[in-house]
Write a protein that binds this ligand. Structure first.
Ligand SMILES: [Zn+2]
Length: 450
């Protein structure tokens, strides 16, 4: 990674009640403090690299229980890749870090009695940091044939995407939400807690008691990972069980489909692990779907209007509009009337919106961001190009959409994949031509005639 930041060291003899960052913009917006606030120890913090902080606790009283609270910036130029962050002591041993399920950028690090130094750092994922491919590389303009083509930002000529997410496998999802979504023809994303029921827990798990109904729901709705029990995890093994166990339960109901699932660890939960969240995401083919969503519980007020504004704003910018609900029904988190009003708004915009499951939207976006079009040859109305896709088609299985514009006065273009397979075009109501392509590398030839 490029190091555009200077390396700073600062020593702040402080009573730990104050956040260190208030006095230290050198830390790039990171806030650090000691707990308890009455601790008389001192903190020395060095920023050794953009995403590496070295922390030294000095003058710690013997046997004093201390914890380090670290808050990494989650917006702006100095944003840390919070899902890739781990903490190690001076010997290199990974320390147990506690976080809230939906705020992975806030770390609480218990410092064992013999640990007075640690490194808070982002570690590069196995596949490397994501590389940005410019939108230009996803389009081709060929002067010789007059053809221009581009990989579309969204399928079916849509201008933006909308996901409707439902959390906590609430009974109303089976009783009311899924039948309503079917009536509207929308695919929802259901963040389920598959359980099974744990000894001593009073919670009931619809996934366990109404298995056949969830299995039926999985045929046309999308299931997503909300952890097995919505209670957080005590340690690494518990993390594996909570995330991996829930993923396995969902995969069982969706054989033959991509195993890539949206993961949201749930508000109000505490998770303790020595590992990065990335470790679990990669291990179980999950992606982090915990942020940037419009909460639709009535308690926030004016939800139908907020939903309308969110759709319009995302349509304007061509982005993915994420929304989430809890229980639906009178006296529950969202009234049925408000839920129906939101569905009606979505329906009003459905020829511009791709309304589908979160994993499908994420698959499309990620495969697209990794894709390129390379011109190979152009002659006599025949343009040969190569589609390159960087993602694994088994996980990122959503087909990509290619939009083609042919010069006026030429025939409708014909697209043939290497090996001679002709791809049927999708013709938009405005006469636009699109082709739906498998999300994997291949050579294609586009033909037109006068
Ligand atoms: Zn939840």
């Amino acid at each position: 990674m490029t190091s555009r930041h200077p390396v700073w060291a600062l020593t702040l003899p402080l009573l730990a009640c104050a956040w260190v960052s208030a006095q230290s913009p050198e830390l790039g917006g990171v806030r650090i403090s000691l707990e308890p606030a009455t601790a008389r120890a001192q903190l020395r913090v060095t920023r050794a690299a953009p995403f590496e902080l070295r922390v030294q606790v000095e003058s710690r009283e013997a046997a004093q229980a201390l914890a380090l609270r670290v808050e990494l910036p989650k917006t702006g130029r100095e944003t840390w890749p919070a899902n890739d962050v781990e903490v190690r002591d001076a010997t290199g041993k990974a320390l147990l870090v506690e976080r809230s399920g939906i705020e992975w950028e806030k770390l609480l690090i218990q410092l064992p009695a013999d640990v007075n130094a640690c490194v808070v750092q982002a570690v590069e994922p196995a596949g490397g940091w994501p590389r940005a491919i410019s939108a230009k590389e996803r389009s081709l303009e060929d002067a010789a044939s007059g053809l221009s083509l581009r990989l579309a930002p969204w399928p079916k000529g849509r201008k933006a995407a909308l996901s409707l997410r439902f959390d906590d496998s609430h009974p109303s999802h089976l009783d009311k939400v899924i039948p309503l979504l079917r009536e509207y023809g929308f695919k929802g994303t259901f963040m389920v807690n598959p359980g099974p029921k744990e000894p001593g827990s009073r919670q009931t798990y619809t996934f366990e008691t109404r298995q056949a109904e969830w299995a039926a729901a999985a045929t046309d709705m999308e299931l997503a990972n909300h952890s097995a029990h919505h209670r957080g995890a005590r340690d690494d093994e518990d993390m594996e069980r909570e995330i991996g166990g829930a993923a396995e339960a969902i995969w069982k109901l969706t054989p033959g489909r991509s195993r890539l699932l949206a993961l949201n660890l749930g508000g109000g939960t505490r998770w303790r692990t020595t590992r990065t969240l990335r470790h679990y995401l990669e291990q179980y083919h999950q992606f982090d779907a915990s942020s940037g969503s419009l909460g639709m519980d009535d308690v926030y007020g004016g939800r139908v209007e907020a939903f309308r504004k969110a759709i319009e704003g995302h349509l304007e910018r061509g982005l993915w509009c994420r929304t989430h609900f809890h229980a639906i029904g009178d006296g529950l988190n969202s009234s049925e009337a408000n839920f129906r009003a939101a569905l009606d708004l979505a329906r009003q915009h459905q020829d511009q919106l791709w309304i589908t499951g979160m994993s499908e939207i994420h698959q499309y976006q990620t495969a697209l961001a990794s894709a390129r079009l390379n011109l190979q040859k152009s002659e006599d109305g025949r343009l040969t190009f190569k589609l390159e896709v960087g993602t694994d088609p088994a996980l990122y299985a959503q087909p990509l959409t290619l939009e083609v514009t042919a010069p006026a006065g030429t025939s409708r273009p014909v697209l043939v994949r290497e090996g001679g397979v002709e791809i049927a075009p999708e013709v938009g109501s405005d006469g636009s031509i699109r082709f739906v392509l498998p999300p994997r590398g291949a050579l294609y030839q586009l033909r037109t005639s006068p």
